[in-house]
Design a protein around this ligand. Structure first.
Ligand code: SF4
Ligand code: MG
Length: 316
């Protein structure tokens, strides 16, 4: 609810705070049990920061994180621990996120050592079971991350994330570093595991086709805010926000009924330390008008599950 994450910018000889990068600037959303909510946006839109704040890997500057009706925004250490178990993250680059000095067995068993009372034999059995679930072999436990391909390493990260039977998993660009031919395999695996383990996903990606593959609903972020959120089908077939329309117009489509003229956005993403007044998208929006510079549009309801933040619709 109303999550903000501002990072201070230090400057001058006194290294005092001279401004803030508003990485996340007032985001409210619900993720329903069992669903996959996709978040798309360009790099710098704040989507990864939002994920880390939800997991309490970053402290929120403002706002609340409610997990299963409990406000976890300010819990610390011992009281936060049970939630750490329930909420896991899979990162983009499994090469960077897996410690290369640890064997696969150590990588998968580490969370079990820290968070459970399983003995050695039980941990080993658990690791073997998890490896099989993600499509690897039991004797892969004795190998090291560099002995695997990128796709296999991501399978190891997934096994590690699932070791504690989490309820909620944030997937932060989990297939972006993989070859396109491998991406679908890993996405299919993640879908299967979602059913089997009863998981809820927040799936972060800059790639609209990846998000489309796996999500039930999709949120579009621009400069730290959600500009549109809807059921997947509705968002892809009837995008309302000019930014979503532009993103979709440049994404390849196989649906001949949805032929879109390519909309080219002017300029680059403005700096999140100094966003434009009013609607942050106005410097690149083909429809911007007077009001857009003055007033910031809030998310408003279009249909039951479709929300958009744009003045083109606010008169309705
Ligand atoms: Fe464009 Fe104005 Fe809508 Fe922003 S509020 S997206 S500038 S039309
Ligand atoms: Mg990211």
């Amino acid at each position: 609810k109303n999550i903000k994450k501002y990072f201070p910018i230090k400057g001058g000889i006194l290294k005092s705070t001279v401004g803030h990068v508003k990485a996340v600037d007032g985001v409210s959303l619900n993720i329903k049990k069992g669903e996959t909510l996709g978040i798309v946006g360009e790099s710098g839109s704040g989507k990864s920061t939002l994920g880390r704040v939800i997991l309490r890997l970053h402290e929120p500057t403002e706002g609340q994180i409610i997990f299963e009706n409990q406000d976890i925004s300010h819990l610390r250490n011992r009281r936060l621990r049970p939630f750490r178990k329930d909420m896991q993250i899979v990162f983009q680059d499994p090469f960077a996120s897996l410690n290369s000095k640890m064997s696969v067995a150590e990588l998968i068993e580490e969370p079990l050592v820290v968070q459970t009372s399983l003995n050695k034999k039980e941990r080993k059995d658990k690791a073997i079971e998890l490896l099989e679930k993600v499509g690897l072999r039991p004797d892969d436990r004795l190998k090291y991350p560099h002995e695997f391909s990128g796709g296999q390493r991501q399978r190891i990260s997934i096994a590690r994330a699932l070791a504690l039977k989490p309820k909620f998993v944030i997937c932060d660009e989990p297939v972006s570093a993989l070859d396109v031919s491998i991406q679908a395999q890993v996405l299919n695996l993640m879908s299967d595991l979602q059913d089997e383990f009863d998981l809820t996903y927040l799936f972060i990606s800059h790639d609209l086709s990846v998000v489309k593959h796996i999500s039930d609903r999709v949120a579009v972020m621009y400069l730290g805010r959600i500009v549109e959120i809807a059921e997947k089908k509705e968002l892809y077939e009837e995008p309302l926000h000019p930014y979503t329309q532009a993103l979709l117009s440049s994404a390849p489509t196989t649906n001949i009924h949805i032929r879109r003229e390519k909309i080219t956005l002017k300029g680059d993403l403005p700096s999140p330390s100094n966003p434009p007044s009013g609607c942050a998208f106005r410097t690149r929006c083909p429809h911007a008008f007077e009001k857009c510079a003055i007033e910031r549009p809030e998310l408003s309801t279009m249909t039951t599950n479709h929300f958009v933040a744009c003045h083109l619709y606010s008169e309705k």
